[in-house]
Design a protein around this ligand. Structure first.
Ligand code: DUC
Ligand code: ZN
Ligand code: ZN
Length: 481
């Protein structure tokens, strides 16, 4: 009897640190051996000449998240994880979102019911803290962190989610005490409200005014404020979905002073610009603009270049999709407030869980901007470390889960929504050329995507409790300020 369930031969393995040639022996869903001339497996795959990378971890995506305003996300755990698998992502981390007046525990229980039996890739949960009552701060959060929910998102904008400054500091203090990671949505809510009121009063309602209501200044200010509170409390934070240069400068400044401030960015800030929100008030511009409304908004070409630089030079540790799926022709989606709704009534978010890795591989690695180890770090290894999943996830190492992707790097094609596997009726990246796509995606040794066919089974994906994130472990000596 064979000692391996599967052997991948002649793999050009890539980790965040190394590139090496090896056979990969897989047993019981884990990598059991790496070496040359491994014993014959029950199944064999020859990967000669192909890159074999850790499966992607999407550390920021929204599936089946209750919105509370009558809108509805197009993807649930069935279609969202199917789409993830087909794009080479083997673990997703969406958000169990607390509704005000309710407990965090209710949000977590509800979210497990939504995921149970549906996922075809592995998943963990972040928490969204929208109501940090004394009970939440003193009891619920510490208990949930111990149980494997060790990261939470704080919003500085959105009326139904945002925390005031004192609440932010209180939540950061809990994260510090218990070693959790806090993700900050950094935009200044009052500036946005003031600008929005003025734009609407002037009759400026088209989607392109979304970008004017949320200029870089509001993101830069909130980023600086979030960093200041993290410094005050002496706790690491991750600034999520950073859209451009001025916010990056704040992060770089803090990193340069030795603070543990981390950065995440997303494909929309590399491949979309404010022009995608529309250049006039036509119907076509409204439709295209609605498809691309997300927050923070896409910026200009100069900011796109700055984001590429930040991926290359280490401002960013994590590259996520921020997949937030609202269909364009759904009366509960982008058109919930009507076909000609004003920009402030259009649900924020764009899909991208399936296209995240092919876009970055094609335009980052193959164009020579990023080396392939950086790609692995940004899309898998650092994500696993940031959220307490490493080394079970995010590496090619003996003992790690066999979450692997064999890449086809000679697969030129335009992105077409018709070829994607989410339940959203558009992709904002329609027509963008990519030349790399996963040929095979394995989740714990099981094929979920092979040669253009989805092979996953609902329920095959398992919940992964998170340990304490490595970058958030309380420091032993001194303050970091
Ligand atoms: N912005 C968010 O903060 N979340 C989801 C989508 C978006 O655009
Ligand atoms: Zn956000
Ligand atoms: Zn988000």
């Amino acid at each position: 009897m064979s000692i391996f369930d599967l052997v991948i031969r002649n793999a050009r393995c890539v980790t965040a640190a190394d590139v090496f040639e090896a056979d990969i022996g897989i047993r019981d869903g884990r990598i059991a051996a790496l070496g040359r001339a491994l014993a014959v497996g029950r199944e064999e795959i020859d990967a000669a000449g192909r890159w074999v990378l850790p499966g992607g971890i999407d550390g920021h995506c929204h599936f089946d998240q209750p919105t509370g305003d009558g809108t509805r996300m197009a993807d649930d755990f069935l279609t969202g994880t199917r789409s993830a698998a087909c794009g080479g992502t083997t673990t997703i981390i969406p958000f169990a979102c607390q509704q005000r007046g309710h407990s965090l525990r209710e949000a977590v229980d509800d979210y497990h019911r939504r995921a149970d039996g549906k996922a075809s890739v592995d998943y963990a949960f972040h928490l969204i803290v929208s109501d940090p009552t004394p009970q939440v701060l003193a009891e619920e959060l510490p208990a949930l962190i111990r149980e494997g929910y060790s990261s939470f998102k704080i919003y500085m904008t959105y009326d139904d989610l945002k925390l005031d400054d004192r609440q932010i500091i209180d939540v950061l203090a809990v994260a510090r005490e218990h070693g959790a990671m806090v993700m900050m949505h950094a935009e200044n809510a009052d500036c946005i409200a003031w600008l929005t009121e003025r734009l609407l009063a002037a009759g400026h309602t088209a989607p392109r005014y979304h970008a004017e209501a949320r200029p870089m200044l509001v993101e830069r200010e909130a980023t600086h404020r979030a960093i200041s509170y993290a410094q005050l409390v002496d706790v690491p934070i991750l600034i999520v979905h950073v859209s451009g240069r001025e916010a990056m400068e704040q992060i770089r400044w803090a990193q340069g002073r030795g603070m543990r401030i981390y950065g995440e960015t997303c494909p929309q800030y590399l491949f979309l610009s404010a022009e995608d929100l529309g250049i006039d008030d036509s119907e076509a511009a409204h439709r295209r603009g609605s498809m691309c409304i997300c927050s923070p908004p896409p910026r200009d070409k100069g900011n796109q270049e700055a984001i590429w630089d930040g991926l290359e030079n280490g401002v960013f540790q994590v590259f996520s999709s921020d997949h937030a799926p609202f269909s364009i022709d759904d009366p509960q989606g982008k058109q919930a407030a009507g076909a000609k709704a004003s920009f402030d009534k259009i649900p924020n978010g764009i899909p991208g869980v399936e296209t995240r890795l092919p876009l970055l591989f094609s335009h980052g690695v193959q164009s020579g901007r990023l080396d392939i180890c950086q790609f692995v770090a940004l899309t898998a290894t650092n994500v696993a470390k940031t959220y307490g999943l490493y080394p079970r996830k995010g590496s090619i190492a003996v003992g790690s889960d066999a979450d692997l992707v064999i890449w086809d790097t000679h697969a030129p094609r335009p992105i077409r929504n018709a070829d994607l596997h989410h339940a959203v009726d558009y992709t904002p990246y329609e027509g963008i050329e990519v030349s790399a796509w996963p040929a095979l995606t394995l989740v714990r040794g099981q094929a979920v995507w092979r040669d253009g066919e989805f092979l996953g089974r609902p329920g095959q994906g398992q919940f992964q409790p998170c340990g304490l994130p490595a970058p958030a472990r309380p420091k032993t000596r001194g303050r970091n300020t």
